[in-house]
Design a protein around this ligand. Structure first.
Ligand code: HEM
Length: 366
């Protein structure tokens, strides 16, 4: 067919008939008066699933770009743009909970019994997103004796297993960070400077606590907390401490990758690090938006069904709230903020390192 003979029609291109015939009310099928709100309940879930599809489309492309021996530098900007799109979609996902909340819990009870044992817990695409991001079975909250795969159709469970075995976004990011040239610091004794800067920062914070208007007990409590927290820096200063924390599950990211992430955060004002910094920030934003959605969903569920158990058999609200706090993937990136020191204490990078990083065209500092 010649190019100009094509007669594409809006309805055919978008398969509108297929989409519009996919709302089948169980209350109606049961021979009862259709529950008015069931239409909203179905459409909102379908809308979520369509957005999940778009998110998967974006995340798979980002994983592909990063799952290589050497990431093409130009792809960092492309990947960041795609993650930004995911974050915008997540904003929509969170805000459309309000639409569902125009249904009251009494309205919901008109058709809820028809749903058993179906549940959002069985959403294959939601599980795909989690697996692609890097949420592993061992870090998941269980609400029954069996792993979550068993709730999926068997072919889907196999696909999820394959996704879990493949490199996730977390692993791709970790490998990419480990390869950063920034780790080859040569004679530049970053850790020596860093240790001093951390000690100075803590000493200054202690001084501020001592001269504050708090009573002595309160000051002692603050200082004790500060000292307990300062052990956290050991994770960077001492690789074996990091290994211990990794073994006990306190951190997941490797030592090398954590160091690279710290350096990127500390020296993010250097032009060549803008891209990597923005990419890492997007990963954090995306993770945070999923957590926000999880809390928002849990809150909506509490309002909708109170303390009733879920149709999928979980404790309902309690399970969802706990999953929201536990199912974060990029926790280690948030922890980097604990390790930051003020810009003013940052050791200047030696010229040869700047050059290695490609700063040939940068003018002298202003
Ligand atoms: C009246 C509205 C809703 C109620 C009462 C509700 C309730 C629940 C409950 C109780 C669970 C825990 C599993 C279970 O025992 O069933 C759950 C899980 C889930 N729901 Fe909903 N939900 C509602 C709407 C939605 C919507 C609109 C979506 C969008 C896709 C959704 C997606 C999910 C997902 C993905 C999970 C699994 C979460 C996880 O395991 O971390 N739910 N829901």
């Amino acid at each position: 067919m010649a190019e100009n003979d094509r007669k594409m029609h809006y309805h055919d291109y978008l398969h509108i008939d297929q989409i519009l015939s996919a709302q089948v009310l169980e209350s109606e099928k049961a021979g009862r008066k259709p529950a008015h709100e069931e239409m909203l309940f179905i459409i909102i879930h379908q809308t979520y699933e369509l957005w999940f599809k778009q998110i998967i489309h974006e995340l798979s492309s980002v994983v592909r770009m990063f799952n290589v021996k050497e990431v093409d530098e130009r792809n960092i900007g492309v990947a960041t743009g795609r993650l930004r799109r995911v974050i915008e979609i997540q904003e929509v996902l969170v805000s459309q909970v309000r639409v569902l909340e125009t249904m009251t819990s009494l309205d919901f009870l008109e058709f809820r019994s028809y749903l058993f044992p179906a549940s959002g817990f069985q959403s294959f695409q939601f599980r795909q997103i989690e697996a692609m991001m890097g949420l592993e079975e061992e870090h998941r909250l269980r609400y029954g004796p069996k792993p979550y795969h068993t709730q999926l159709h068997s072919d889907q469970a196999g696909e999820i297993q394959d996704l879990e075995d493949a490199d996730s976004l977390f692993e791709c990011m970790e490998n990419w960070l480990e390869r950063t040239p920034f780790l080859h610091l040569g004679d530049f004794e970053f850790l020596k400077y860093y240790k001093q800067a951390v000690e100075d920062m803590i000493a200054q914070e202690k001084k501020f606590i001592q001269v504050s208007t708090m009573d002595q007990d309160e000051k002692d409590r603050h200082i004790a907390m500060l000292e307990a927290n300062s052990g956290y820096y050991e994770m960077v200063l001492d690789e074996s401490k990091h290994a211990e924390m990794q073994a006990s599950g306190q951190v997941r990211l490797s030592y090398k990758a954590s160091m690279a992430a710290l350096l990127i955060h500390l020296y993010r004002d250097e032009p060549i690090l803008h891209g990597p910094f923005n990419f890492l920030s997007c990963l954090k934003d995306m993770d945070e938006m999923f957590t926000t959605w999880r809390y928002r969903h849990a809150q909506m569920v509490l309002r909708m069904i109170g303390r009733k158990v879920g149709t999928g058999g979980s404790s309902g609200h309690d399970y969802l709230r706990n999953a929201a706090s536990q199912h974060q993937v990029f926790k280690d990136l948030y922890n980097i903020s604990t390790l930051l020191i003020p810009r003013s204490s940052l050791p200047p990078l030696p010229t040869e390192i700047k050059q290695q990083l490609g700063f040939y065209f940068t003018s002298t500092d202003v």
